[in-house]
Design a protein around this ligand. Structure first.
Ligand code: CR1
Length: 798
């Protein structure tokens, strides 16, 4: 094949062509890495035409565009996702195997792009995929972090963080756009000229765009994920270089690049805070300019902006986009201030993802004024006008020397949404009660969802095949069709097939764990999985306490008919969150002791898998029997892992929190293991003096489990290693671990009992699948399009 024979149709040839002409490799010497890149290029070629067609269709229709601004896009690996959405899986596999290569191995060679921390970032990635699937013209805007979330390993049970380097190798899916650059100012002062405010920044940085196409199901539509990278305005100082000061010559570039270097730098220091606010302004301001540039290319009247542009703030991180838009419209384009605010409010919407006070951003006004002096004036003016219009308003965006980003987002938004029914209700009665009273129509609910392409079709091919054999493949684009499985749940043969899928997935997981981690698991055991960020409110420590109590009871009564269990944990703790890191170490210490106990280890094993990420989730979820969703009620805004487990046939043990409530309603109370205080009861319980001590005293199992930690059973030689955890559990216990323990224990024993009747269990698991269709992110995005963005699908017009 010659260079001119760029193959259009034959996939095998396309791979060989890219191997030669894109990568410069001879097939005889190509490594897995080269083949994977060649395959990725061949796949990418099939995306480009559709991507351009979608963009052209959007221009032609002068359609309203959705802009999803998010500090995080936890996209994970893209090769398989793209192959699945283009329906190329069989072709790709055949081609790869024809070269004598292992297809699964090739897919796994891709680094996992961890440009997010957890649920918030992964939601943004699912939303991008659903926006493309639904043909809604949309752009994701974020930061192209050189180092995503840290890589986690354990040393003597403790979390060790190492930089993650996904960009050390070419990222095939991105297109660099050196021509798409904006220069952004920071600091300086605000001057007045001809009665108008003029911001005179002190320093400047450039934002350079990198575009990644996001292709929807069946390749019908593609949108753009545009990530900004920091660049110096003058990257190289030749005079300094010639004077021999080589480091100083590139200092500006190093500083500019710092902005897009890492995700969530530690914000416990002033420097960290400053960088974080710099990142937020950097990507929000670059995005606003890009949005305006695109709008102004075709429209002269800025008052049309709300008809053509919907901006979604994914949490408060991009909240500064609002004041930035006001600033440009008023200071630079000359619109009256109130009109600029009105237009901004017509475009911007805000999703709240948490009620935890420590996660609601606020900035000291000193820092804010130093970095964004003009924006502070604008915020003050808006806030004062609002205060005048509503004299009974209590919560304002300013005051106490702070800029509060939640309040700011609220007052500059057309719609504000929560992410589950319970969470949205709590927003109205707690953090935004004051605002809700004044603007009763602003808060709406959009319960989260997950994309079935990645979280069922891609990650669970066996179950997908069984479903397709049973009800056809319409469910992939219309997940509610899973309901058609329900009648089959009564068919013993079909249930056997369903059970066989789970067993095979578990066997795969066991093989991988044996290979990668040298641990042999009992595949007959119930696989009980808790994977998510480590946080006190998610209560991994409740789970490990239950494991300790169970182990103690098994030792006491080894011949009882225990249901064998493997408890699997995965998750990272924020580097500065010491309590969470203690929990990680405790789980590892407990695992070491329990796994070494020959009296129990056929019935109880504990495994903490390091470096939890999207790829690991894709491995674990299809093999899970039980989904742990045990947060303190009122604290988990929604959860999305909970939906992925249910969809893959793992019933939930959980509290009435976040979207658990809706999962339970849909799958049926009899197919969900409920325990614990409700959000209301939890609030009330906190007011009871000594609630923790009382709960512990009332429960001999809990007393004994806590005592084992206190006395050093899991930290021999260092009994006070977990003094902090013990102290917290027995005294403050804000997250009510002690209060919920007894009921959690009860529910776990119900799980044991239910799992022992395997046919009944399988029925329950299958009903979870059949009734989880509502949790597709396609449903969520339709909701946003209708209730928030007023955006239309352009499918069929490309
Ligand atoms: C919430 O904790 C929710 C995701 C996505 C998280 C989780 O319950 O599913 O958002 N919030 O909505 C968050 O990360 C900063 O806040």
């Amino acid at each position: 094949m010659a260079r001119d024979d760029m193959p259009q149709s034959d996939f095998r040839d396309a791979i060989l062509w890219h191997l030669a002409y894109t990568l410069g490799k001879d097939p005889d010497h190509a490594q897995v890495f080269d083949w994977r890149l060649a395959l990725s290029h061949a796949v990418r070629d099939r995306i480009v035409d559709r991507w351009m067609a979608a963009t052209r269709a959007t221009y032609r229709a002068d359609a309203k565009r959705v802009y999803y601004l998010s500090m995080e896009f936890l996209i994970g690996r893209l090769l398989q996702d793209n192959i699945v959405n283009l329906q190329l899986a069989d072709e790709a596999q055949a081609a790869v195997e024809s070269f004598g290569l292992d297809y699964a191995g090739l897919l796994l060679d891709e680094p996992d792009a961890a440009l997010g921390n957890g649920g918030l970032g992964r939601l943004a990635a699912c939303f991008m995929e659903s926006l493309a699937t639904l043909g809604c013209p949309a752009y994701g805007y974020g930061i192209r972090y050189e180092h995503g979330l840290f890589r986690q390993s354990f040393a003597e049970g403790r979390q060790v963080e190492a930089p993650e380097d996904w960009l050390e190798q070419p990222f095939v899916w991105q297109f660099e756009r050196p021509e798409a650059r904006f220069t952004l100012g920071f600091g300086g002062r605000v001057a007045t000229r001809d009665g108008r405010a003029v911001w005179e920044p002190e320093s400047f940085v450039q934002a350079e765009a990198f575009d990644t196409p996001v292709i929807g199901w069946r390749g019908a539509w593609a949108n753009t994920l545009r990530l900004w990278a920091g660049r110096a305005v003058d990257p190289f100082d030749l005079d300094r270089f010639n004077a021999g000061d080589f480091a100083a010559a590139v200092e500006a570039e190093a500083l500019a690049r710092t902005i897009s270097r890492v995700l969530y730098p530690e914000d416990s220091t002033e420097k960290g805070k400053r960088l974080r606010l710099t990142q937020e302004y950097f990507f929000s301001a670059a995005s606003i300019r890009d949005i305006l540039r695109r709008f102004e290319a075709d429209h002269a009247d800025l008052r049309l902006l709300p008809q053509k542009v919907a901006i979604q703030l994914n949490d408060t991180h991009p909240a500064i986009a609002g004041p930035e838009l006001v600033r440009i419209l008023h200071d630079e384009r000359g619109l009256p201030f109130d009109e600029a605010v009105g237009i901004t409010r017509g475009c911007v919407n805000y999703t709240n993802h948490t009620l935890l006070p420590e996660a609601l951003e606020s900035w000291g006004e000193g820092l804010f004024a130093d970095l964004l002096p003009r924006h502070l004036q604008i915020i003050d003016r808006i806030d004062e006008a609002d205060a005048k219009a509503h004299p009974d308003r209590r919560n304002t965006a300013r005051g106490d020397g702070k800029v509060r980003m939640g309040e700011l987002s609220f007052i500059l938004s057309n719609r504000v949404n929560g992410v589950s029914a319970l969470h949205t209700g709590l927003m109205k009665t707690t953090v935004f009660a004051d605002q809700h009273r004044i603007w009763p129509d602003r808060i709406v609910n959009q319960t989260n969802g997950v994309t079935p392409r990645r979280w069922l079709l891609g990650c669970n091919p066996r179950l997908s095949r069984l479903i397709a054999q049973t009800i056809g493949d319409g469910w992939v684009g219309d997940l509610e069709q899973l309901h058609a499985l329900e009648p089959h749940v009564a068919d013993a043969g079909w249930l056997d097939a369903f059970a066989a899928v789970k067993a095979a997935n578990k066997a795969d997981l066991c093989d991988w764990i044996a290979r990668e981690h040298g641990v042999a698991l009992n595949p007959q055991a119930l696989f009980d999985v808790q994977i998510k960020r480590i946080h006190e409110y998610k209560r991994q420590h409740l789970n490990i306490l239950e494991a300790i109590a169970l182990w103690q009871e098994m030792r006491e009564n080894p011949s009882a008919d225990w249901t064998a269990r493997v408890k699997i944990f995965g998750g990272k703790a924020a580097p500065g969150y010491f309590f969470a890191k203690d929990i990680i170490r405790l789980i590892n210490d407990v695992a070491a002791v329990i796994n070494a106990d020959a009296a129990t280890n056929e019935k109880l094993q504990i495994l903490y898998l390091p470096n939890y990420n999207v790829t690991l989730a894709e491995r674990l979820i299809p093999a899970a029997d039980l989904s742990e969703q045990i947060s303190t009620a009122g604290k988990e805004a929604s959860g999305t892992g909970n939906m992925k487990f249910a969809l893959n046939g793992a019933p939930t043990i959980g509290t009435l929190d976040g979207a658990n409530v809706e999962i339970r309603e849909l799958v049926g109370a009899e197919n969900f293991f409920l325990f614990g205080l409700t959000a209301e009861e939890a609030e009330a319980r906190r007011a009871v003096p000594d609630h923790a001590a009382r709960a512990i005293a009332a429960d001999p199992r809990l007393t004994r489990a806590v005592e084992a930690i206190r006395s050093g059973t899991f930290s021999p030689g260092e009994p006070d290693r977990y003094a902090n955890i013990v102290e917290n559990l027995t005294r403050a216990d804000y997250f009510l671990v002690a209060s919920d323990f007894a009921d959690y224990w009860r529910a776990q024993r119900e799980v044991d009992f239910a799992y022992a009747n395997r046919t009944e269990w399988t029925r329950m698991a299958a009903l979870n699948v059949a009734r989880s269709g509502w949790f597709s992110s396609d449903r969520t995005i339709r909701g946003y399009m209708q209730d928030i963005w007023n955006a239309k699908s352009l499918l069929g017009q490309e």
